[in-house]
Design a protein. Structure first.
Length: 426
């Protein structure tokens, strides 16, 4: 496909997302199924246009003066192309959309520096107060950082590999140093139609030497402070990313219990554990008796269900689907899961609360509600743990009430995460 045809395809996909309320990933998969002629490069380029249009929707709408699929796709294409390149794309392909109008040309000439903060932040208006509460005067810059393409991060599986071995095996793909964690490998996001490597087909991945995991998620797992010999419960294990990171940090010693209330979310963990060659993980299925674990865990990790606002770089359509009612439901779920997980912590142990959210309602507020009902828990300042793990010379997260940490694309070069440790008296 030529560039004009790719832009036309992006318009079609954006129309499906808006008209049928489809998630972007599903709309792109459906387009690929019905357009078998499109190669992998075409599908990647179309996906880049769609996701860029969603990541930077507010600024594109402001610039174009419209929010229809054509305006969004053209605005996204213009992020990486000159006007001359766009003209050529539209004129050199019989499958291209209609040529740019004079009004569209004038719109593309607008300077984003003249846009209000709410536009440059690419945030829904109703979430601006939450971002102000979280980041103060930096709220617009933090929102803007969530609207750029994310890198592809890998975690080196120390159980079967090491840094030199993994880097050498991936050298032809030109890996880059990580932002923070020495156990990470990074492939930066490119521009225009470029794409990150398909790691799932690479030998180091197939052999379990590396796992796909954002560096922020890796850091959050390490911040639990789990050590070899500990008894650890990953209470919202999901597909097992942090479970695997914990097993690696513990050198297969001690025990990690992986539990999730949703059987379908938990299903992928079994194959991932096998590939990673873990020996200290027990998977506990929903409904399985777990009373023997109560009061015995050195660490209980609660990677709570949340809005996912910290990973909007990867799932930008979720930003525009989120509602106040959905946020309230998530807050209620977080309250419930914290109450359920607390009894498993032994005296002197820690409950580590993590979200991939940057909204204070899901973070500091949720912790405050929990502590008001559980006076036997107290906050643990985490910055000393951060510097002990990663050193003084790496980017530092934001420290908030009680010493909890907030990782963001702008501050740490990672996805957004909130990490809070609560120690049980004893």
């Amino acid at each position: 496909m030529r560039e004009g045809g790719r832009i036309a395809a992006a318009i079609d996909v954006l129309g499906d997302i808006a008209g049928r309320s489809q998630p972007a990933s599903e709309a792109l998969r459906e387009w690929g199924r019905t357009h078998r002629f499109a190669g992998a490069g075409d599908r990647a380029a179309i996906g880049n246009l769609v996701y860029d249009a969603l990541r930077r929707r507010e600024e594109i709408v402001w610039r174009m003066g419209a929010d229809d699929p054509r305006a969004l796709a053209i605005g996204a294409a213009a992020l990486w192309r000159t006007e001359a390149q766009l003209d050529f794309a539209f004129s050199d392909d019989e499958h291209a959309p209609d040529p740019l109008s004079e009004a569209e040309r004038a719109a593309l000439a607008k300077d984003l520096e003249d846009a209000p903060d709410t536009v440059r932040a690419n945030l829904p208006d109703w979430l601006v107060p939450s971002f102000r509460n979280m980041f103060g005067d930096d709220w617009a810059a933090e929102g803007a950082a969530l609207s750029h393409r994310p890198p592809l991060d890998l975690r080196i599986n120390a159980l079967v590999s090491d840094r030199d071995k993994a880097w050498k095996a991936l050298a032809r793909l030109h890996p880059q140093p990580p932002a923070v964690s020495p156990g990470a490998i990074r492939f930066p996001a490119g521009a225009a139609a470029s794409r990150t490597p398909n790691i799932a087909s690479e030998m180091p991945y197939l052999k379990g030497w590396v796992e796909v995991q954002d560096e922020g998620s890796q850091c959050a797992a390490l911040m639990t402070g789990a050590e070899p010999g500990h008894q650890v419960l990953d209470y919202c294990a999901g597909a097992g990313g942090k479970t695997l990171a914990l097993a690696g940090a513990m050198a297969n010693k001690g025990q990690v219990f992986a539990y999730d209330s949703d059987r379908s979310r938990l299903a992928p963990i079994h194959e991932r554990l096998r590939r990673a060659r873990t020996r200290n993980v027990q998977v506990r299925e929903p409904g399985e008796e777990m009373s023997e674990l109560k009061g015995r865990m050195d660490r209980v990790l609660v990677d709570a269900p949340c809005t996912g606002s910290g990973v909007w770089r990867r799932h930008p359509d979720a930003k525009w689907r989120l509602t106040e009612q959905a946020l309230q439901r998530r807050v209620a779920e977080q309250d419930e899961v914290l109450r359920e997980a607390a009894p498993f912590v032994k005296p002197g142990g820690e409950l580590v609360y993590v979200t991939c959210s940057l909204l204070p309602e899901e973070n500091m507020d949720a912790v405050g509600v929990f502590l008001s009902a559980h006076p036997d828990f107290a906050r643990v300042p985490l910055m000393p743990r951060w510097t002990s793990l990663f050193g003084e010379d790496v980017p530092r997260p934001m420290e908030v009430e009680g010493g909890a940490l907030v990782l963001t694309p702008r501050r740490t070069g990672t996805d957004g995460f909130f990490v809070c440790a609560l120690k049980k008296a004893g």
